[in-house]
Design a protein around this ligand. Structure first.
Ligand code: UFG
Length: 322
């Protein structure tokens, strides 16, 4: 059985939908930001908190867990700057409780959701896993701390792990049964689509004077189902023993500017957006684009969805979840 912590959240719920096809799955989630309806009914659901040793003890004693996938974290850069305690508490301390419980129950395979925010403001066009990690906010630091902890646990206790550094997750499941639902929403694509559905008056572009061809920030958008599939490649490699430790970027290697994303949303939806140029948002690097060739070479994974497909899947979801 695979334990998915945070399996009711945006990325976790998409992973669960793929994973239940081949594995038995138990989801632990405290529903603080996740949704019970998002958990595939083929998975066992346990409401509980990963920072609560008693909740974890129940799950680890009741099920024969072979591997753990950990999605349960707070992930808003801006919030992490104003409330770092929340980030170090939930993303670091609670994860340590989970790792402690894993060691106690002799569960030594772990997939960890990390982030492009570990790189900070990189000075390369295409970020590889060897690019220096210099996070510039508590969110990025909280994720990098766990990466270091995993390396130490591997040496000391024989933990095997795969760290996946996500770039910009977007899109919705092809069935439109689950998709991105954050409250409040801060991410670009859902904000544009909510505006095009009449739920917001305009879209504010945060900065148009960056050193990029059109002056707006460039990001690497990756479909959430592509992300989910990478986890499956990762856990299979751990279970088969072909990988002991690895860190991989997950992106599609293409950068799109905020303006290009808005243009593509207009094209996919056939609607015209009301766009307002606004000040820069603090902490936004001009360009974050991943090289994902390492995971392609080592595990055979690559992103399959284009930006248009990402946006049309999100559009289908947003229209029906309105
Ligand atoms: N943006 C706008 N207007 C908006 C919302 C976003 O112009 O209303 C811009 C942002 O300034 C940024 C781009 O759109 O340039 C993408 O912003 P998102 O908030 O969608 O995503 P981020 O790149 O800021 O964040 C993502 C993940 C984080 C992760 C970060 C790494 O969501 O978890 O990448 O830098 F930490």
């Amino acid at each position: 059985m695979i334990l998915v912590v945070g399996g009711a959240g945006y990325i976790g719920s998409h992973l669960v939908k793929e994973l239940v096809e081949t594995k038995e799955v138990v989801v632990l989630d405290n529903l603080s930001t996740g949704h019970r309806w998002a958990v595939d009914e083929r998975a066992v659901f346990v409401e509980g908190d990963l920072g609560n040793a008693a909740d974890l003890e129940k799950v680890f004693s009741a099920y024969n867990i072979e591997a753990v996938m950990h999605f349960a974290a707070n992930s808003l850069v801006g919030e992490s700057v104003v409330d770092p305690l929340k980030y170090y508490q939930n993303n670091v301390a609670a994860t340590l409780t989970l790792l402690q419980m894993m060691m106690k129950h002799d569960v030594k395979k772990f997939i960890f959701s990390s982030t492009a925010a570990t790189y900070g403001i990189p000075d390369v066009d295409l970020i590889t896993e060897d690019t220096a990690t210099n996070p510039i906010n508590p969110y990025g630091r909280s994720k990098l701390m766990i990466e270091h902890i995993l390396a130490d646990f591997s040496k000391a206790y024989g933990l095997n792990y795969v760290v996946l550094r996500y770039f910009n997750a977007a899109g919705a499941h092809v069935s439109a049964e689950i998709g991105e639902k954050h409250d409040p929403e801060t991410h670009l694509i859902p904000i544009i689509l909510q505006h095009l559905l009449g739920e917001r008056e305009h879209i504010a572009v945060f900065g148009s004077d960056y050193d990029t061809p059109d002056g707006t920030c460039i990001r690497d958008y990756i479909h959430v189902t592509d992300l989910a599939k990478a986890h499956i490649f990762g856990v299979e490699a751990l279970l088969a023993g072909t990988k002991e430790t690895a860190t991989y970027n997950l992106g599609n290697g293409l950068g799109y500017s905020v303006k290009e994303v808005i243009d593509t949303c207009e094209k996919v939806t056939g609607k015209k957006a009301n766009v307002v140029m606004s000040d820069r948002r603090e902490g936004d690097p001009a360009r974050l684009v991943a090289s994902s060739s390492k995971i392609h070479e080592e595990l055979g994974w690559k992103a399959e969805y284009s930006l248009e497909e990402i946006i049309s899947s999100a559009w289908k979801w947003h229209q029906q979840s309105k």
